[in-house]
Write a protein that binds this ligand. Structure first.
Ligand SMILES: [Zn+2]
Length: 423
């Protein structure tokens, strides 16, 4: 998915850069608000606003992402473009919309933001997008001079927060912010109880259980005027902090935030790497997008499963290991390209996936009978019954049978935890 030249360049820059965060960046962050506009075939990225916000919470050691997960990538260079200073991958709701029938007929705009460390000198920022062959190409580039007057430096908001788990410095931990959504001001005790319960469940699962000390968790008590969330298919509309809604892309259970910049505004005073929107509802549903957000529900019988599964997408860069009866996602993966998610494969380039974790005698693809508890290559994943394979018969990225990540997902999550905490 990337050329040899870019690999060698990045490894070189990263090692060169390792000791020098403070040469290039302050302790603050630059929040870049932008829009993605387009249709099924074409995307335009436009910058709208720049903000100087209080805290850069990411690693100060591992600044250049080496996983290459995600549909998009942001790269930050010095103004002469000699050194790569920062890089991070992510996905968006917009790219999922591009797969819908509507995107074949019309253009739409989705609001976005991304945080990077605040620069000391002029930087060049490049946004990259994958094409349908899995290769990155440039979408937009621009310069930011830290002293340019249009960088907004207003006081951050004062939404109360609770630091529920504080294991150490923001730069050396993964900071999860859980946002109250659809909880009225009078329901904040319920929000705290719900957020605690789900946080505790996440940290009973491996590898989170054994690596709990690598995390901080903050609860953000953002009040909503009304309780619950929108259900457009039932003509139910609620005025809430993050404006979540069910029935995304005509799927009842798909819960999302269309206006992503709202979340940036809610969190502009919070140190965070991962944001989770916790929706006060009994209805089943959720959503999780890599380095974008997790959306979970509070009171459904499957709330635990949803919270963990969506965090697997958002933090672990994990793909769905299930096949789907819906046609909506049928063409999500190009079977002639190896997907970037670490836990699914089209067998186009299985060497870079979990091949080394297989027993030598395990056949590829792997039949279920006789291999129920083994790591294998089982057909049926990525919303398709044929042509995409998963590592285990059961995993929380697939079904409700065991509320556990399979061994391949656990390894991927563990690598992410180590990288983002500077190891
Ligand atoms: Zn798995």
């Amino acid at each position: 998915m990337k050329t040899f030249i870019s690999i060698s360049f990045i490894v070189f820059s990263w090692s060169l850069f390792a000791q020098n965060y403070s040469d290039y960046f302050t302790n603050e962050r630059l929040r870049i608000d932008y829009y993605l506009t387009g249709n099924a075939n074409k995307t335009i990225l436009t910058i709208s606003k720049l903000f100087k916000e209080p805290i850069w919470a990411g690693s100060k050691k591992n600044l250049v992402d080496t996983f290459y997960y995600g549909h998009y990538r942001i790269e930050v260079y010095d103004s002469a473009q000699k050194s790569l200073l920062f890089a991070s991958g992510f996905c968006t709701l917009y790219q999922e919309w591009q797969q819908t029938p509507e995107a074949k007929k019309t253009f739409r705009t989705f609001s976005q933001f991304v945080n990077i460390p605040f620069p000391k000198n002029t930087i060049k920022i490049i946004f990259l997008e994958r094409n349908n062959m899995g290769t990155f190409h440039e979408l937009q580039s621009f310069y930011v001079n830290p002293s340019q007057p249009d960088i907004i430096k207003e006081k951050p908001n004062n939404i109360p927060i609770v630091e529920y788990i504080k294991n150490g410095d923001y730069n050396e931990k993964i900071d999860i912010a859980i946002i109250a959504e659809g909880y009225t001001a009078e329901q904040m005790d319920k929000f705290i109880a719900d957020a605690k319960r789900l946080t505790e469940v996440l940290f009973t699962k491996e590898p989170f259980n054994q690596m709990k000390s690598y995390f901080n968790v903050t609860f953000v008590k953002s009040p909503s005027l009304e309780e619950g969330t929108d259900k457009p298919h039932l003509n139910i509309w609620k005025k809430t902090a993050a404006e979540t809604r069910f029935y995304t892309f005509s799927m009842d259970r798909y819960l999302s935030v269309y206006d992503y910049q709202l979340l940036g505004n809610i969190l502009n005073h919070v140190a965070y790497d991962q944001l989770v929107v916790l929706v006060n509802t009994k209805t089943y549903g959720g959503g999780g997008i890599y380095n974008f957000y997790s959306i979970a529900v509070s009171d459904n019988v499957f709330a635990d499963y949803v919270f963990i599964h969506e965090f697997g997408h958002a933090f672990g860069a994990l793909g769905d290991e299930y096949q789907d009866a819906d046609d909506a996602n049928e063409n999500f993966y190009n079977l002639s390209v190896e997907p970037w998610e670490p836990n699914i494969t089209t067998l186009v380039n299985f060497d870079k996936k979990w091949k080394k974790m297989l027993d030598k005698k395990t056949p590829i693809p792997t039949p279920i009978k006789g291999y129920e508890n083994k790591i294998g290559v089982f057909e049926g994943a990525g919303y398709k019954t044929k042509g995409i394979y998963r590592p285990s018969v059961s995993c929380i990225m697939r079904d409700f049978q065991k509320l556990e990540f399979c061994p391949v997902c656990q390894v991927a999550i563990k690598q992410n935890i180590l990288f983002h905490t500077g190891h």
